[in-house]
Design a protein around this ligand. Structure first.
Ligand SMILES: C=C(O[C@@H]1C=C(C(=O)O)C=C[C@H]1O)C(=O)O
Length: 107
C-alpha cells in the first residue's frame, strides 16, 4: 500500500483514489501499447529510408506534426508546450533508431 493510501484509511477518499489510480493504470497500459505500435511503424520507416538513401530525420515533416499536435492539444485542454516536448522526446528516440538502422545497412 502506498503512503497516501495508508494515510487515508478506510474512507470515501481512499475509494476515490483507488478508482482513479485504476484508471491511470489502464491509461498507462494503453500508452505503452500505442507507443509500441508507433515504434513498429517508425522502425519500418527507418528500413525504408536506409534502403532508399534517405536521411534519418525529416525536419519538414516534424514541423507539420508539431503544429498539428499543438492544435490538437489546445483543443483537448492539454498544454501545447507539453505536447510538443513529448513529441520531440519520442521523435529523438526514433531518429536514434533510424541512425542505427542506417549504420547497420552500411550507409
Ligand atoms: C518516422 C519518420 O522519421 C522521423 C521521425 C518522426 C516521427 O517519429 O514521427 C518524424 C519525422 C522524422 O524525423 C518519418 O520521417 O516519417
Amino acid at each position: 500500500m502506498s503512503e497516501a493510501e495508508n494515510k487515508l484509511g478506510e474512507s470515501p477518499a481512499l475509494s476515490e483514489l483507488k478508482a482513479l489510480r485504476a484508471s491511470i493504470d489502464n491509461i498507462d497500459a494503453a500508452l505503452v501499447h500505442m507507443l509500441a505500435e508507433r515504434f513498429k511503424c517508425t522502425q519500418k520507416v527507418g528500413v525504408l529510408k536506409a534502403t532508399n538513401d534517405l536521411p534519418p530525420a525529416d525536419p519538414a515533416r516534424e514541423k507539420i506534426q508539431i503544429e498539428r499536435l499543438r492544435q490538437l492539444a489546445g483543443d483537448a485542454n492539454l498544454d501545447p508546450d507539453f505536447a510538443e516536448k513529448f513529441l520531440n522526446f519520442i521523435v529523438k528516440e526514433v531518429i536514434r533508431h533510424h541512425e542505427a538502422i542506417a549504420a547497420e545497412a552500411g550507409n
